[in-house]
Design a protein around this ligand. Structure first.
Ligand code: TPP
Length: 576
């Protein structure tokens, strides 16, 4: 894979001490040193005169520079890099339009609790409020969608404030931070001795808090006494890297598990405790429901889908999430891994867990699960043309290996995949998160391939979603980042079309959501990738195999039936 398109200079630009002069360092080089201390290995960027000194610093620090074609892509890639690596992702954009272009990516990271840092340029402080090129109130713009937004007032403070941003980004549930650096502050050189340059591992504390011990003990008791418990492993299961603790918990205490968001893949498909299609039933019939690291937001019907008779326990990194929208019986603010491990340990050898009862409960859920699966199976195996979206997502699920990171970027087509595609390993499922942003696919691929070059990346796009950020397919070609892309092409924004047609009738329901018949395989070829067009269900798998073999960024354009919709779209579940 092509790494940074930069070559380190042999001489450091930080200013060599000569003739007794103090060693000098510029703001951009201080940024790079602070990024390096945090373990940031790459920045995503689109250039501008306000920020070039940061690139120069990155050259010295050996930080890769991935230059993209739209700042939204840079910000989404930084978000994805943070999710995949557990280290902050960083995007660097120029002042004004560069920063406003990045807003969507930062907003997405905010709702997804992803600790990315956006660094943006600004006109020189010496021209403050004079109408300098690309001047905007960036900090005001960013404040509501970040955990921390600030302007850096002095070159000496640059690295210090970058490390402050990282502290803030990791506090409680993680999230994005934004720093504006005026051009003269970035370019100025100051004596190294006057700048605080925080050293790796010496400027922030571990955030793995264990939760209130009394509450943890209470949870251990509830689990041991429950007859029909279940657990929902949400995104923070992955954020906290709590997957091993979660697996131990469900296996040792015999608790059926459901997964959502980045928590998908915590248990492998086929695991006796891995359940998916019986969730609604479990939430109605369980006597104990443990919700880990996911809010009672629209994805949970704001908590309304949980039986009012069940004992509900919520574990979250953020105190503001616990008990929000729905009453709970027990709340624990803490790290999912620490809490679950403590509960497992407290119950080790506990005889009060009635294994026969648990077995019967698991069998009850498995029967519900199997019935739902059998009902859907004919659609998954359908040979009809145009292709049933269920068949497409079934083929993708069969195609994934333990080393495939799956990314979903689209509307209805991705709703289908949410029902059928099961990642085979923890951290191998990526979606935008609760902001539901279309266009994350290409940048998420970029970050996943950069962070995990040995992994295979498989991305399912809607044709609408791909079109938002698709030009950065070229960036994937330029940096030699192979992946298998599948476009579920229905020439429409179908998820919106359904609700419109229901409300206004079929003809009026077509307004504003109809796309052209774009053969995206040709688009991939035009930009130097691999592409194919598929209209027959039997050709899906061989086309994906050829894309895998090609070793190139690829798009398999699959024409799917525009007249069928996923159940979630038909129920308009997302608005309820
Ligand atoms: C950036 C952004 N703009 C608009 C929307 C609203 N939206 C949700 S689903 C959808 C349709 C997506 O179409 P496509 O990706 O082709 O998938 P399909 O629903 O057709 O399967 C739209 C426009 C959104 N979620 N994100």
């Amino acid at each position: 894979m092509a790494q940074a398109n930069t070559t380190p200079d042999s001489a450091t630009r930080s200013g060599t001490a000569e003739h007794g002069e103090p060693e000098l360092i510029s703001g951009g080089h201080l940024v790079a040193k602070a990024l390096k201390a945090e373990g940031v290995e790459v920045i995503y960027t689109l250039c501008g005169g306000h920020i070039i000194d940061i690139y120069d610093g990155c050259v010295d620090e050996g930080i890769d520079v991935i230059d993209v074609r739209h700042e939204q892509v840079a910000a989404h890639a930084a978000d994805a890099y943070a999710r995949i690596t557990g280290r902050p992702g960083c995007a660097v954009v120029t002042a004004g339009p560069g920063t406003t272009d990045a807003v969507t990516g930062v907003a997405n990271a905010f709702r997804a609790e992803s600790p990315m840092l956006l660094i943006g340029g600004q006109g020189s402080l010496s021209q403050h409020k004079m109408g300098s090129l690309q001047d905007l109130p960036h900090v005001d713009l960013m404040t509501p969608i970040t955990k921390f937004a600030a302007s850096i007032p002095a070159t000496e403070r640059v690295a210090d404030i970058v490390s402050m941003a990282f502290r803030e980004a990791h506090h409680g549930s993680p999230g994005p931070a934004y720093l504006e650096i005026p051009r003269d502050i970035l370019d100025a050189k100051v004596p190294v001795s006057k700048a605080r340059i925080p050293q790796a591992g010496h400027y922030r504390a571990s955030t793995h808090s264990a939760g209130d011990p009394d509450s943890v003990a209470k949870l251990a008791e509830l689990v041991s006494k429950a007859e029909k418990p279940c657990i929902l492993l949400g995104s923070q299961t992955w954020t906290c890297r709590a997957t091993d603790s979660a697996i131990e918990f469900v296996r040792q205490l015999d608790v059926p598990a459901y997964m959502n968001g980045s928590g998908r893949g915590t248990l492998p498909p086929g695991d006796p405790h891995h359940l998916q299609l019986s969730r609604r039933y479990a939430f109605q019939n369980a006597d104990l429901i443990i919700v880990v690291g996911t809010p009672f937001d629209f994805r949970m019907g704001y908590g309304k889908r949980l039986s009012t008779d069940a004992t509900v326990v919520q574990i979250d990194l953020d105190y503001r999430t616990v008990g929000k929208n729905r009453d709970i019986d027990l709340g624990i603010v803490g790290d999912a891994g620490r809490v679950l491990s403590a509960v497992t340990e407290m119950n080790a050898g506990n005889q009060s867990v009635d294994s026969a009862q648990r077995k019967a409960w698991l069998e009850e859920l498995r029967a519900v699960e199997d019935e739902a699966y059998q009902k859907r199976l004919p659609r998954q195996l359908s040979d009809s043309t145009p292709i049933d979206p269920y068949r497409l997502v079934h083929e993708i699920n069969e195609f994934l290996t333990e080393d495939s990171i799956y990314i979903g970027d689209g509307g209805d087509i991705v709703t289908f995949s949410g029902q059928v595609v099961q990642p085979k390993a923890p951290g191998h499922w990526m979606d935008p998160g609760p902001l539901g942003t279309l266009g994350v696919g290409v940048p998420f691929i970029m970050a996943a391939k950069q962070a995990m070059p040995h992994k295979e990346i498989v991305c399912l796009f809607g044709d609408g979603a791909f079109s938002l950020t698709g030009w950065d397919f070229e960036t994937l070609v330029r940096f030699d980042m192979p992946f298998i892309g599948i476009v579920g092409n229905n020439s429409s924004m179908n998820q919106i079309r359904y609700g419109q047609a229901e409300k206004y009738g079929v003809d009026r329901g077509r307004v504003g959501n109809t796309l052209g018949d774009v053969p995206f395989g040709e688009f991939a070829k035009m930009l130097g990738g691999y592409g194919e067009d598929v209209s027959n269900p039997a050709d899906i798998r061989p086309a994906m195999e050829r894309a895998r073999e090609s070793g190139k960024p690829s798009l398999i354009n699959v024409w799917v039936d525009p007249e069928v919709y996923a159940p979630g779209t038909m129920n308009q579940t997302m608005y309820k």
